[in-house]
Write a protein that binds this ligand. Sequence first.
Ligand SMILES: C[S@@+](CC[C@H](N)C(=O)[O-])C[C@H]1O[C@@H](n2cnc3c(N)ncnc32)[C@H](O)[C@@H]1O
Length: 188
Amino acid sequence: MNGLIDVGLFDQITDDIIYEHVYDLYTNHKPRDDQHLGYINKSKTTINISCADNDLTIKQSLTSLSSNTQASSTGFVCWQTSSFLVDWILTDPKCPFYKSFAEKQDLSILEMGAGVSGVAVSLLGPRVKNYVASDQKHILKLLKENFSNNVPTNKFSSETISSDNSNKTHPKIDIIEYDWEHPMQAVP
Ligand SMILES: C[S@@+](CC[C@H](N)C(=O)[O-])C[C@H]1O[C@@H](n2cnc3c(N)ncnc32)[C@H](O)[C@@H]1O
């Protein structure tokens, strides 16, 4: 085990076999069509998903997704990627991150491009010491609303989300603006 990642669980890929490896992944390990990594449902404003034995209700903004303004973003709908990633981390002992979450280590995590769904911050946030989910400004209101609807307010402390936990104990979870194209404009 090396820090957060159990590197012993990775296959070693050397330069001379990299093309063969990618070809093998594409042909033999291609996911089924229903396991695509795209959006889950682009026609419903509220969806229910189950991830790692947890049920989440997620509001999406279809009008903002399809608006022609600068603030239109793919982050206004929930993407399957997050749900598969979190499920893998929390349920598969072969995942290199599994032990870190199962053993409640003192992890601090920064998530970038969280989107409105808040799947990762809702399910991973309560299992670590510090979790900061970030995205562009226009995403944050619905992201905070979804998080608050899915995580009881007594399960975390926060400076950015309303919480019942005033004694500043961990897990500490925050949702902040961070635009990686304009990193110097970050707002705490
Ligand atoms: C395909 S969506 C994925 C959203 C979320 N991770 C999920 O799985 O549902 C990509 C995300 O990246 C965010 N994003 C795009 N450009 C960004 C930037 N310059 N800075 C921060 N976030 C950005 C979008 O707002 C959006 O939430």
